[in-house]
Design a protein. Sequence first.
Length: 121
Amino acid sequence: MAQFIKFNCTANQPEVLIATNQIAAVTTNGAGTATTIQLNTSATANWVITHTIALATAAQNSVVEAIYKAIKANPGGIVSTVGSPVLTEQVTLPVSPGAQGRVVVTAPATFVTYTQNAWTA
């Protein structure tokens, strides 16, 4: 298990390091188009990470899974980065008989963006 997990955020601090030995649980709270992941710590405050997935989507659980995977990853290491799960898959045109193995991508895949982070009391 790494000693810290890292989030790459687009606002506030661009990189956030959170000590894994302080994380007691991961909870989600959602409203509208943004959702927060709260890392409940053993201290008197919690880290709140805001991202771009609404709570009701299936991808919501993939963010929590990414956090738990980052906590378990890199045994003996210092830092493990929380990945950005797929938000929407890429869109391709149906394969035609003369395509010769080529697949035309009409829309690229998009990924979860961690937009904000805050230490809350």
